[in-house]
Design a protein around this ligand. Structure first.
Ligand code: ARG
Length: 460
């Protein structure tokens, strides 16, 4: 039978029900590599200040190398009754190297150890997520370039509003993803301070060198308050929050992909490799992947709420509640990363039906604003121009015609200032070409937006 690390103080072993209830090993296994890195940096520092001998350090390094290998080869003897990754590794180390393993925990507590591990893990995952986001942006830019001049209806209230280019529409998502990259980077910068040295909560009586450890582990500095260092999980909330916003953006895009691929709309078809069929209806091709991303967004939002709720009302300093914030963190980082990666593969699989998009853009009086703008250039106040065009549209609806089908004579019945050049303004091409300014939908503006975004991700 096993005895706990603290059994000296206790008259009875832990109730067997608690073995499972209080462990977090399923999640912690992924912290093994950062846990070992943290221990090695700590051991080196202890040796440098003479708390560990050179021999102890060498033994610890040798033991940890073997443990790494055992974990890689999946032969490491993980035991749930040793609660977490820290005690599993320390126990195995002591089995392998004896007393030096028992000395490693000098000037350290699991409280500053777990805080350090989680920051290292989160940092590594955020970096990988940042790279995935850059790849997604790059794929979206390629698609936007192909469709810089492809016309489609721009909507508000999901009603046809004004013509835009599909490239411009895609560039809206690029802007969102670029802000996501920034959020991920900012979360990383904020978390990059070393908790080790805080020990259980009050610091340690040993003459430790925290900057040495920080340097070894790539932290930009050290946490400035020991109570905060062991109990803070803001960085978990930051990561969950950045992840939630990324999923929110993917979910908006998903919703559009589902809508556009509905045969009634028919703007796009998602590649077969990213769709599923039906087990009963032979004709079906379903957009499961964007649907799933929408669903996963819900779970990731829940994770943010969980992480916040775990932290609220916790008195200083460390409380075991914190163990429960690992689940939302780990789930968020994994879910967001795989979702972003799937979208980088799915986007190039889209086939775009430009004719359907164009037809939809010309169907809904989408150049009515252009006609009003034309009248303004001819001297009408905008409100009057709006009224004139509204009447024209109403008449068109009654007679089942589109604006572009009206003759010059018919148009002039609504306003005598209209001349033959009106037809340049009310075509779809004329409408988008006219919006040639930073942030506008003209193909030339979209092309320069693409160039500028490319530079921004290269710099990111
Ligand atoms: N398993 C714990 C966690 O994940 C490690 C820290 C435990 N500290 C303690 N005093 N019980 O947070």
């Amino acid at each position: 039978a096993k005895t706990e690390a603290w059994s000296g103080r206790f008259a009875a072993p832990m109730d067997e029900l608690l073995t499972d209830y209080q462990q977090c090993l399923d999640i912690d296994i992924r912290l093994a590599s950062v846990d070992i890195a943290g221990s090695l940096a700590h051991a080196e520092m202890l040796a440098s200040i003479g708390v560990l001998s050179g021999q102890d350090l060498a033994d610890i390094q040798r033991g940890m190398a073997q443990i790494r290998q055992e974990i890689e080869e999946r032969v490491f003897p993980w035991a749930k009754d040793r609660e977490d990754v820290h005690m599993n590794i320390e126990h195995r180390l002591t089995q392998l190297i004896g007393d030096a393993g028992k000395r490693l925990h000098t000037a350290r507590s699991r409280n500053d150890q777990v805080a350090t591990d989680l920051r290292l893990y989160t940092r590594q995952e955020l970096d990988a997520l940042g790279d995935e986001l850059k790849a997604l942006v790059s794929v979206a830019l390629d698609l936007a370039r192909t469709h810089a001049a492809t016309l489609m209806p721009g909507c508000t209230h999901l009603q046809i509003a004004q013509p835009v280019t599909f490239g411009h529409h895609l560039m809206a998502y690029v802007e969102m993803f670029l802000r996501d990259i920034q959020r991920v980077r900012q979360a990383r910068e904020r978390l990059n301070e070393l908790p080790l040295g805080a020990a259980a909560l009050a610091g340690t009586s040993f003459p430790i060198d925290r900057h040495f450890v920080a340097g070894r582990l790539g932290f930009a500095g050290v946490c400035q308050n020991s109570l905060d260092a062991v109990s803070d999980r803001d960085f978990v909330i930051d990561a969950c929050s950045a992840g939630a916003q990324i999923m929110m953006h993917l979910s908006r895009l998903s919703e559009e992909l589902v809508f556009w691929s509905n045969p009634l709309v028919g703007f796009i078809e998602i590649g077969d490799r990213f769709c599923t069929g039906s087990s009963i209806m032979p004709q079906k091709k379903n957009p499961d992947i964007p649907e799933l991303a929408r669903g996963k967004a819900g779970r990731v939002f829940g994770n943010l709420a969980s992480a916040l709720a775990v932290m609220k009302s916790q008195p200083l300093a460390y409380n075991k509640d914190n163990q429960e914030s690992k689940q939302p963190l780990v789930d968020t980082l994994a879910t967001v990363r795989s979702s972003v990666r799937v979208f980088s593969r799915l986007l190039p699989s889209l086939s775009v039906n430009q004719a359907r998009m164009r037809a939809a853009a010309s169907a809904g009086f989408s150049t009515a604003t252009d006609l009003a703008d034309y009248l303004v250039r001819r001297g009408l106040p905008f409100r009057e121009a709006h009224e004139v065009v509204a009447l024209t549209v109403r008449r068109c609806i009654e007679s089942g015609k589109d604006l572009s089908q009206l003759t010059l004579e018919e148009l002039r019945q609504f306003s005598p200032v209209i001349e033959a050049d009106v037809f340049q303004s009310v075509t779809l091409e004329g409408s988008v070409l006219a919006r040639n300014h930073v942030g506008g939908t003209a193909p030339a503006a979209v092309t320069s937006a693409i160039e500028s975004a490319r530079k921004r991700i290269e710099a990111a």
